[in-house]
Ligand binder design. Structure first.
Ligand SMILES: [Zn+2]
Length: 199
């Protein structure tokens, strides 16, 4: 049996599905919402619905965007001769925070993991190769996570793209092996970018 009235139990169930939210956190959030006024709850609810309605993937780099092109692809002051390849949109934010990269991005939407059946065809690899075809990109900076999947993906991309005459670099470690890019502090990630090496 549940200790809660059905609507509360339903909210708790949904909250507990969120990453990093266990039963205790879910309870804290639910009671916070219940104690607050109706407008606050409505704003939260609207923000969730609106973000799903308005945000889709940038048609060029597959970052999150409210427009056809994301803010980076649409910015003509960015250096379009360099593309930084990352796994997820959140990694774009991590790289931007370092202030060390002024080029464009390409979001793979994951990393290769043969065990899970994720190969190049499940990622935005074909779209990346298409972006390199006109010869305007001179450097590809691979900033996949420094774990097994990220390294596998980096090696695959280097082998695929170097023959196209594009310089392929990999961000240096200094990043904890097995870690996630999004948890690295700006200084560590900034240094790793500066010390990137050719693959
Ligand atoms: Zn974009």
């Amino acid at each position: 049996m549940s200790y809660y009235a059905e609507p509360i139990a339903r909210l708790l169930e949904e909250l507990e599905r969120l990453p990093g939210i266990g039963p205790k956190s879910a309870q804290r959030v639910a009671f916070h919402i219940l104690k607050g006024d109706d407008e606050t709850a409505q704003r939260l609810s609207d923000a969730i619905v609106e973000v799903k309605r308005q945000i889709h993937f940038c048609s060029r780099c597959f970052n999150f965007s409210a427009e056809d092109l994301c803010e980076y692809c649409a910015d003509s002051t960015r250096d379009s001769s360099a593309i930084c390849v990352v796994e997820e949109p959140r990694d774009v934010v991590a790289i931007e925070r370092t202030g060390e990269f002024r080029g464009l991005y390409h979001v793979l939407q994951g990393a290769m993991s043969p065990i899970d059946g994720i190969g190049p065809d499940q990622l935005r690899v074909r779209e990346l190769v298409l972006r390199l075809e006109d010869g305007s990109v001179s450097e590809l900076v691979i900033a996949t996570n420094p774990n097994v999947e990220g390294e596998t993906t980096a090696l695959y991309l280097a082998r695929l793209i170097k023959p196209l005459g594009v310089k392929v670099t990999r961000i240096a470690s200094g990043l904890p092996v097995g870690g996630d890019l999004e948890y690295a502090d700006e200084v560590t990630l900034g240094r790793a970018l500066e010390a990137r090496r050719e693959m």
